[in-house]
Design a protein. Structure first.
Length: 89
């Protein structure tokens, strides 16, 4: 096994934060969980009635929506986030 660091500029999936699985993985962008917390805070703070996330049905696209959706569900406000997945070609 080679111990080569991997640095990603766009990989936001939370699974990549598992240091036991990916000990040499680093990123230059926050994971979905941190981005989701900021987006949900904005939605709640400004009382945005409805937000539509358009995302691809794959791990990269679903991650952010699922993270924000979980935060909304915890507050009992899932109605604010109608899903709009699509299948990339």
């Amino acid at each position: 096994q080679f111990e080569v660091p991997q640095i990603a500029f766009g990989a936001t999936n939370a699974k990549l934060s598992a240091k036991t699985e990916y000990p040499f993985f680093l990123r230059t962008i926050p994971p979905d969980s941190i981005q989701a917390a900021g987006q949900w805070r904005f939605i709640a703070q400004f009382q945005v009635g409805s937000v539509t996330y358009l995302y691809g049905e794959e791990s990269y696209g679903e991650g952010l929506f699922q993270s924000v959706s979980t935060l909304a569900a915890q507050k009992g406000e899932s109605y604010r986030l109608p899903a709009a997945p699509f299948t990339p070609m």
